[in-house]
Design a protein around this ligand. Structure first.
Ligand SMILES: [Zn+2]
Length: 315
């Protein structure tokens, strides 16, 4: 059978998802169009010649899944979900599409409990499994380009129960460092120890040396920011927050959104899972000028080849 692609729109609304992709077949066609924009590609041997790929007709009695393809080059079979976060999940693709949309469009994040209710999922565990896989897909594995211009760097402490012991007291909290390009992109990461050496490594990996760096007075930044064109420091402990161009208000606003999400939406966030949530928040920030639908589609395209690196999401 010849492969037919449906047109991939650049944008989506939740209404459209529920109308157009109300059946598993329609959702699968849509995912195929996103996953294979130029037609099917065999994940086993990378063959993409249309003449050498056949669609096998679905047959319930013979346990042939819809969307199954046969590669004439290597003789193996495959589907569009193979090698993606959707593989072997037994959750209908149409529900995945809605979950993707909800995660990408909720500004402060959406709880797995709410996803469970909206999608009528059998268990909370299933909802958590889906949202963690989606977050995992949103993580950027390799950064090929560096942040430029003016970059605000700041650290914060997320989670834990210890309060009120000063700005740099850690307790059982998890340190997060974010690098925010003013007016542009953000990259957040968990940094188990916020030291000059670790900060230096992160800054040099992610920021162009020609950039201007904005930080607070934490001494570790002095070592970390040495190689950059300029380094401005605002002294928060002396209640100095803005001095001309020098401030870290952008990155702090980003942290406050993250914390509202963490406190308000994710009540039991583990330190181990924090990088996944950071990926989710970073993705929304980095696509903030786009529509919810565009943000969802870009997110889904990031799922390529992510499954293999991810195990036991619901633990
Ligand atoms: Zn093949």
């Amino acid at each position: 059978m010849k492969h037919k692609t449906i047109q991939t729109p650049d944008d989506l609304t939740l209404d459209e998802i529920t109308q157009r992709f109300s059946t598993d077949a329609a959702a699968r066609k849509y995912w195929e169009a996103i996953h294979w924009p130029k037609g099917p590609v065999c994940p086993h041997c990378s063959n993409k010649k249309p003449k050498l790929i056949y669609e096998i007709k679905a047959n319930k009695a013979k346990r042939i899944r819809p969307g199954l393809r046969q590669c004439a080059k290597c003789g193996k079979q495959f589907t569009a979900t193979m090698g993606t976060i959707f593989e072997q999940t037994h959750i209908p693709l149409r529900k995945w599409l809605v979950a993707w949309y909800l995660v990408c469009s909720s500004k402060k994040g959406i709880s797995s409990l709410q996803i469970q209710r909206i999608l009528d999922l059998g268990s909370y565990r299933t909802a958590l499994f889906m949202t963690h896989r989606i977050r995992h897909a949103l993580r950027d594995p390799v950064f090929n380009d560096k942040l430029r211009g003016t970059v605000e760097c700041d650290e914060t402490y997320v989670g834990g129960k210890t309060r009120g012991r000063g700005r740099h007291f850690m307790g059982n909290k998890t340190p997060v460092v974010a690098l925010l390009e003013r007016g542009g992109r953000v990259r957040s990461q968990v940094m188990p120890l916020v030291t000059g050496k670790n900060l230096k490594e992160a800054l040099e990996q992610h920021i162009s040396p020609k950039s201007t760096i904005m930080t607070d007075e934490l001494p570790a930044y002095r070592k970390a920011a040495g190689r950059f064109a300029k380094h401005y420091v605002v002294n928060h402990s002396r209640r100095e927050y803005v001095r001309g161009r020098a401030h870290t208000n952008g990155v702090e606003g980003n942290f406050s959104l993250l914390k509202r999400g963490v406190v308000g939406t994710f009540h039991h966030l583990s330190a181990k899972r924090l990088p996944l949530y950071l990926a989710e928040f970073d993705h929304r920030h980095n696509t903030r000028f786009l529509t919810d639908g565009e943000r969802t589609i870009i997110g889904m395209k990031k799922s390529e080849g992510k499954r293999l690196f991810y195990r036991n999401p619901a633990k």
